[in-house]
Design a protein around this ligand. Structure first.
Ligand code: DP6
Length: 362
């Protein structure tokens, strides 16, 4: 990574006008990132897969301005001004300007939208920060005489995305991605995510669905950043981080061998452990809702009685993700319609699946 950072520091940029648009997916973690240190260094490695339909599309126009060291941005979210999001992007650009002086040489018009409803309780930081980071790297490529090779383009995008939101580091890839140094994944790093080698992923895991029950639409009461911070003083932190580290090895072996049953055990335990960390933080808090538990119990009953390999996971929120091989789609969707929509706000759920990663849009 250092060689890429050194290289971009040497690039001579002349301010000019240009445009770039990227869409980038949301992702769902199987081994969860929960806890971080200074400069967005994760306390443990994590592995996720990118989704297909749940994504952010961000268009990014820039034009020269006086280089007074200030960041200048107009920002639209879903076509409307959004000061909270704009402030977050200004802060993000501020944090990057030493590395990327081009950010103070241009005025930016950034416009972003999500494919999923804003009030669906689905976190958009992973998809939006990775789309933004890819636009920034694309701009760098457009303004420099020597474009980055594709692997370095993604590495730098992931590095920059991580600085915006940790989980965003993984969203610059399709399929499975690993973020955080892990002895089980060669070339893994705390600074950027890497794609998991698709040769090492059993066919049963190459076509997974992820249907998301919208248990609660509203914004969660405690942000992920606040939750990560509470891990710094958590009584179980070191045990949790050690376990997550060794679970990366277990997950790698499960993905290689195609063992669905072990997959389900590990993924569900990770989800419950994430929430148990929240419940035992100081102060403690609870993000799931009674309907989250009701849905989980119903999934367990259904799996036991019907023998369908459908497993749940949770984000830092109340919504329930149902993960299962695509060939069970008809069965699982009819189970959702008959048994689970009662637990969803306005009977809403999203149908998603493992996706192929970001797209550059012309
Ligand atoms: C529970 O990436 O949203 O989804 O780095 O503070 O932006 P920040 O946190 P964020 O945390 C996501 C946590 C998680 C687990 C995961 O995606 O690995």
């Amino acid at each position: 990574m250092q060689n890429i950072l050194d290289k971009i520091k040497e690039i001579k940029i002349e301010a000019s006008k240009g445009k770039s648009t990227y869409s980038a997916p949301s992702n769902i973690a199987l081994i969860k990132y929960w806890g971080k240190y200074k400069n967005q260094i994760p306390a443990n490695p994590s592995i996720s897969f990118s989704l297909d339909h749940s994504k952010s599309t961000t268009s990014f126009e820039y034009q020269p301005k006086k280089n007074d060291g200030e960041i200048s941005i107009d920002f639209l979210f879903e076509g409307e001004k959004n000061d909270a999001f704009k402030e977050r992007i200004v802060k993000y650009f501020e944090s990057l300007k030493a590395l990327l002086p081009m950010l103070t040489m241009h005025h930016f018009r950034i416009s972003s939208s999500n494919s999923f409803p804003h009030s669906s309780g689905i976190a958009s930081s992973a998809s939006s920060m990775s789309a933004l980071a890819m636009n920034i790297v694309d701009m760098l490529n457009q303004l420099s005489s020597q474009a980055l090779v594709p692997a370095d383009f993604l590495k730098l995008s992931s590095y920059l995305a991580r600085l915006g939101s940790g989980s965003a580091a993984r969203s610059v890839y399709g399929g499975f991605a690993v973020w955080g140094a892990s002895e089980f994944f060669e070339n893994s790093s705390d600074l950027f995510a890497i794609p998991a080698d698709s040769q090492e992923i059993h066919p049963v895991f190459q076509n997974l669905n992820d249907d998301i029950l919208i248990i609660e639409k509203g914004m969660k009461q405690v942000s992920s950043s606040a939750g990560h911070n509470l891990m710094n003083t958590h009584p179980f932190a070191s045990a949790r981080f050690d376990l997550a580290r060794s679970r990366m090895g277990e997950m790698k072996e499960i993905l290689r061998s195609g063992n669905l049953e072990e997959f389900g055990k590990l993924v569900e335990n990770e989800a419950l452990m994430l929430h148990s960390m929240m419940m035992t933080s100081n102060p403690s808090y609870i993000l799931f809702k009674p309907n989250t538990i009701a849905a989980i119990e119903s999934i367990w009953d259904y799996r036991n009685s019907e023998n369908v390999p459908v497993f749940f996971t949770l984000d830092a929120g109340a919504n329930v993700h149902l993960i299962y091989p695509v060939e069970y789609e008809t069965k699982v969707r009819s189970f959702i319609d008959s048994n689970l929509v009662v637990y969803c706000e306005n009977a809403a759920y999203l149908c998603d699946k493992l996706g192929h990663g970001p797209e550059k849009i012309n």
